[in-house]
Design a protein around this ligand. Structure first.
Ligand code: ATP
Ligand code: MN
Length: 353
């Protein structure tokens, strides 16, 4: 290949083997002939590099020291442990509102996602920055964990965590869930576009009932539709509501949806998993990375964006921050406003319960 086009990119640093790390596209440079381009070296002290390279500034200021930062967590993308820590550090002010105050489970992949992974719901021993909750919240176990700040988030990465999964309740009122989650999974042969339509239909039903809903990519194959609730309902009631919604959708659109577990039921359909709503169930947290090839992240989106989305793995630890920086408004900006929603008996009656 012969270089002809010139693009300006921003990046964190050169890797030892001469690649740019965390590169993001800025603009085409039609004003510069490709022939003139040479590899630039940084003049130390000559410029305030922190202005040009915000991610460099952060990497030097991680709140927890990362050991084995060069360990490749995903051979597919080449994302390293340090890069993952930097991602969580940089995304923390977006993520913490969804993470803080809730019991959290972590998916740890100490040797990277090709190695052994384990899902940890309880703290066997202390993790830097991660809080241990009152053991009474989950008797007969080690304490539940909670991450309330960037230190805890980066501390979890230092311990090999890749994914963070949260409860549907906050620890200070753990018997009252503050949201219901519908997990939409594609059955065999189902396209992402069908999952998008499915999410839009569920949203339609919830709006019809008077409830606002929010949507995020799972970072895997599907979408998560989230309905905030006032902390007034018991777990069984919230779970019953989720089940009623899922079964209603499967009843009204039998060709599109199933609410029945098991792969054979979902062939060609969107499976609405309402079982993420019992006490102790977890779902991957907004902005969490996934321990899967490519290291996509679970990304909150505007409902209007959904039909243009190529897939549930559209954003990764590499490009998520570019999206967030470019956003004019948090796609879930109205979430707090919806946090006093209640499920009424009328709603359940309308769902045919
Ligand atoms: P996709 O869109 O690909 O379905 P997802 O996040 O919706 O992604 P999974 O990754 O299959 O789906 O999520 C599994 C569910 O089980 C989540 O609720 C998660 O919190 C939980 N979970 C994951 N691993 C374990 C485990 N080892 N033990 C118990 N629960 C787990
Ligand atoms: Mn899913």
């Amino acid at each position: 290949m012969r270089p002809t086009l010139v693009a300006e990119v921003r990046f964190a640093e050169w890797t030892r083997d001469g690649h740019v790390r965390q590169a993001s596209f800025h603009a085409m440079r039609t004003d510069k002939p490709a022939k003139e381009i040479r590899r630039e070296t940084r003049r130390s002290g000559a410029v305030d590099s922190s202005k040009e390279m915000p991610s460099m500034q952060k990497s030097s200021a991680l709140p927890v020291k990362i050991t084995h930062g060069e360990r490749v967590m995903d051979t597919h993308s080449g994302v390293t442990k340090l890069e993952l820590a930097e991602y969580y550090d940089a995304v923390s002010h977006w993520m913490l509102p969804h993470l803080a105050d809730r019991p959290v489970a972590v998916l740890r992949a100490p040797e990277g996602i090709g190695g052994e992974m384990f899902f940890q719901k309880h703290a066997a021993k202390t993790i830097t920055g991660v809080h241990m909750l009152d053991p009474a919240l989950d008797p007969d176990h080690e304490p539940l964990m909670q991450i309330d700040d960037t230190r805890g988030l980066v501390g979890a990465v230092q311990m090999g965590s890749v994914e963070l999964h949260t409860w549907n309740a906050r620890s200070d009122l753990i018997e009252r869930p503050d949201r219901v989650i519908f997990d939409l999974d594609p059955g065999k042969g189902v396209t992402f576009a069908q999952i998008v339509e499915g999410a839009q239909l569920i949203r339609g039903l919830l709006e019809e009932l008077g409830l606002k809903a929010f949507v995020k990519t799972s970072g895997g194959k599907g979408l998560h539709v989230v309905t905030p609730l006032a902390r007034r309902h018991e777990w069984d009631f919230a779970k019953g509501f989720a089940e009623a919604v899922a079964k209603h959708m499967a009843h009204v659109f039998p060709d599109r949806f199933t609410a029945t577990m098991g792969p054979k039921h979902r062939v060609g359909k969107c499976f609405i998993d309402y079982l993420r709503n019992y006490r102790g169930a977890t779902t991957v947290c907004a902005y969490s990375a996934r321990a899967r090839e490519g290291m996509a992240v679970s990304m909150p989106v505007h409902w209007e964006e959904l039909s243009d989305l190529p897939g549930a793995d559209a954003w990764t630890v590499r490009n998520a921050l570019d999206r967030l920086t470019a956003l004019k408004e948090d796609p879930w900006a109205d979430y707090i406003k919806a946090s006093q929603q209640r499920v009424t008996k009328t709603m359940l009656d309308r769902l045919g319960r």
